[in-house]
Write a protein that binds this ligand. Structure first.
Ligand SMILES: [Zn+2]
Length: 148
């Protein structure tokens, strides 16, 4: 048996979400293509940033009384992803807060400057972030390979 309560508990798709959030705006797209473009933009922005679709829409609604474009959705999602990252620890005297330490290595016939992550908390935090990004990129690549 299906009633109104069941409908409310169904998982809302990107189309339903953008419609609920912005269909009353003066610049709401008049065409089906416009709506679909917006819904796809929302899905893309959410997938790329890891921020939930309804959270992106809620932020857009706070920022403006107008319906966002898919460009706006992507921009807002990226900003939210940056904000949600843990704060970087501060650096030390060696790296002067950069998290990078430069060192010289003798490679015949030259002394060459290199940079490596500093051994302080900031340098190690940056190294961990870089590893995490690489692992995530590799995982996405694998997921694409399997679904193709
Ligand atoms: Zn340091």
């Amino acid at each position: 048996m299906k009633d109104a309560f069941d409908d409310n508990t169904e998982q809302a798709g990107p189309e339903d979400l953008v419609t609920a959030a912005f269909s009353r705006c003066s610049n709401w797209p008049k065409t089906r293509e416009g709506l679909l473009g917006l819904a796809q933009g929302l899905k893309r922005a959410s997938d790329a940033s890891g921020i939930a679709m309804d959270a992106i829409l809620a932020r857009c609604a706070l920022l403006s009384q107008f319906c966002p474009t898919d460009f706006d959705l992507d921009k807002v999602a990226k900003e939210m992803a940056i904000e949600s990252q843990p704060k970087a620890p501060s650096g030390c005297a060696i790296c002067r807060g950069s998290g990078w330490e430069s060192f010289q290595k003798h490679v015949d016939p030259l002394n060459t400057d290199y940079a490596r992550h500093c051994s302080c908390a900031r340098g190690q935090w940056m190294a961990a972030q870089e590893r995490r990004r690489k692992e995530e990129a590799a995982a996405k690549k694998r997921a694409r390979g399997e679904s193709a």
